[in-house]
Unconditional design. Structure first.
Length: 119
């Protein structure tokens, strides 16, 4: 038996597929750690307003600041190859990437409803 077994924490793995998923994970981790938005913003080096946008799933946030916020919560981001895309997924991504290359906004997902702000 390892002498520090009582200090081990259960690691939770979350699948994040959208910016809203990332925002929800940040909000859940912040609440779990009993931090206010202002406290987490200070720890992450961002404004509270920026953090609110992240928690709401705003699609246009600087990735390094997102990573800094995850790090402030002791969260890590891991990319996992989950296999080849099916034909419909590939066509959708081709449309999205083509649209982005042409300066068109990415389509919004209709599978997630917006949630109220936690403060």
């Amino acid at each position: 038996m390892w002498p520090y077994d009582h200090m081990k924490e259960v690691r939770q793995v979350m699948e994040l597929h959208t910016v809203r998923d990332v925002g929800a994970a940040v909000r859940d981790a912040r609440i779990h750690r009993r931090l206010t938005q202002a406290e987490l913003a200070r720890l992450a080096g961002v404004s509270r307003e920026w953090l609110v946008r992240l928690e709401q799933g705003h699609p246009r946030l600087e990735i390094q600041l997102v990573l800094d916020t995850l790090a402030a919560l002791s969260l890590t981001l891991t990319a996992v190859d989950s296999g080849p895309l099916d034909t419909a997924q590939e066509a959708l991504w081709n449309d999205v990437l083509t649209g982005l290359a042409e300066g068109k906004p990415a389509p919004r997902s209709s599978t997630h409803e917006s949630s109220g702000e936690d403060g």
